[in-house]
Design a protein around this ligand. Sequence first.
Ligand code: GLN
Length: 185
Amino acid sequence: MQVGLLGLQGAFLDHIPHLARCGVAYSIVRDIQGLTRIDRLIIPGGESTVMAKFLVEFGMLAPLRERIGAGMPVWGVCAGAILLAEQVDGQPGPLGALGVQLTRNAYGRQIASDTVSIQVPILGLDAYPAIFIRAPRIDTLAAGVTVQASRQNDPVFVQQGRIMATTFHPELHGDDLFHRYFMEL
Ligand code: GLN
């Protein structure tokens, strides 16, 4: 298994220690060739507008959409979740692969970063300190999207088949629980 880390912009390097501890082979994906070499992909946090722009400029948007449509597992973290969403701020999302509508920066702008204790039953977590950094809010869910964790009433970890999205940042934690879960999708 070869795990890809989309490395166009954002916090992709923070995933490397997790992947190393999981003992999986990984590569940083920056072009179409890189996309052909991987079996699954992590889209990191960062700035979704910048990542979307690079995906278009490097001709990667359509090939990536096709791979996801063909069943490649993908995990979007924060900005990655935004890229995957069907609708972003009322507009079609860049990849449009995940049946959610979301609002960017819904918890406030620059300084709106906080840690919120959440339950994640599927990972056996009762009080996981989820780190939110200028996170989007998931407003509506299509049929077939499962909520794996919420912050009050807002879904923050959702899954649709082999597509998963977290609006918080598990890569900033010392444990590998989310990475291991993704490897099993
Ligand atoms: N606010 C960013 C965006 O809209 C996402 C922030 C993040 O990925 N931590 O793309």
